[in-house]
Design a protein around this ligand. Sequence first.
Ligand SMILES: C[S@@+](CC[C@H](N)C(=O)[O-])C[C@H]1O[C@@H](n2cnc3c(N)ncnc32)[C@H](O)[C@@H]1O
Length: 465
Amino acid sequence: MADIPVEQWRGVDEGWGRRAAEFAALSEPGNCREYVAMHQHLDVGAGVRLLDVACGSGLAIELAVARGASCAGLDASHRLVAVAQDRNPASDVRTGDMHALPWEDDTFDVVTSFRGIWGTTPDAVAEVRRVLRPGGRMGLTVWGHIKASSGAWALKPFTLAADEKVANQAAMVSLGRPGVGEDLLSRWGFDDVQCIEIPFAWEFPDPETYARALAATGPAYEAIQSVGEEAFTQYAVDVAREHVRDGLPLRAEIKVVGYVARKPATRTASLEVNFLPDPEPSPAVDEFYAGDLEELGYVMNSSRLWGRHPQSWKSLFGLIGTATELGGLSFRQRAILVTATAATISDSYCSMAWGAKFAKKSGPDIAAGVLRGSDGGLTPQESALAAWARQVARDPNATTADDVNSLRNAGFDDMQIFAITVYVAARIALSTVNDALGSAPDVELAASLHPEVREAVAFGRPPGE
Ligand SMILES: C[S@@+](CC[C@H](N)C(=O)[O-])C[C@H]1O[C@@H](n2cnc3c(N)ncnc32)[C@H](O)[C@@H]1O
């Protein structure tokens, strides 16, 4: 089981849980069509062990229980979990983070998530895969092409949130774009990935009930924080009034995309992580792996690659060590150099490995900033270091004497400038070998990352086991 990353998910209850009873009774029932369609598609029935991730107040669990499934659920909002548990007393419903599911590997036959896993939370997919038994099925839904939906009006009040929140909402729905979800699930090692149509329609008796139901959701909380409760309600009521129909409920049909996929039936059919086979076992290979096993409890994919010739690895790290000494490079300076270099050449493995260490030492925001290239929280000297690493990695022929002078002006002497450049070049060599030979970041490493750092590594090879 992965370590629970820094507790960002705990803030979720503030938005989603503050009106748990209203969400459960007024909002969630509107989603019932998608639950029924997905359960039907996944053949949920008697004896199926099912987990619902981001289960909200547990209506989907209740419908799966009604079909005879034996259910578990998880949500970050403890107040929604309280409702879900009340609705499903025989089910194992827990409060927690979808990036660190508190169940053993291979526990469930089916895992569902209804608009709970987003473009901004793709790592949760790795956790879903882990807890599914080999051959188990997963089904998730996401918003589809909202603007092309006749009921798009019903989501409009969410756009009252602050600009960055609205931008985040847009990033969240990116999984609904054609091909994106299929690509993500295939890359994370699922088979038989299919995109299916999911019926989705909210119905309300009148604009006021609609506004009240909508106000109980997380995105509404963001809008209310921005414009206030009264303005939010007024806006929602006004929007809905334009859609009132004589003698019929308000009805908002919204495009929802469903993805269903299967975890490969045998463990040997796992993801391709190195294009070369593992080295033949030998005392030298065992010795090479010993450090990983002692420190991490598993052998890193890159060690399995370099294990075929440990001497090459030792020579390269000898050079990295020499450059470190020569330049008097501190841990933080090396973290800046590695993350800036690896991100520039789209090497996800070193970005994650050093992003994790950097975040632990200096905070996830600083590590994620260097990975993204924004460098918030760095001193001027550190920014010069990051800029130089990026220039060297991007195009060493495009550097100028002025660039070198900038390093001098930042306080580095010429020997240090030489050492820093050797250091960056040696890191590029390491990344190049890993990337060219298909060494994917370890799933354990990816799962241990702070979400901010994980989100910043939106490039390169996805994690594989
Ligand atoms: C769009 S709602 C979907 C809820 C429910 N599946 C439904 O159909 O109504 C998103 C849910 O994700 C939950 N959530 C957000 N971040 C989470 C996290 N990191 N781990 C687990 N649940 C999370 C929220 O509390 C919320 O219940």
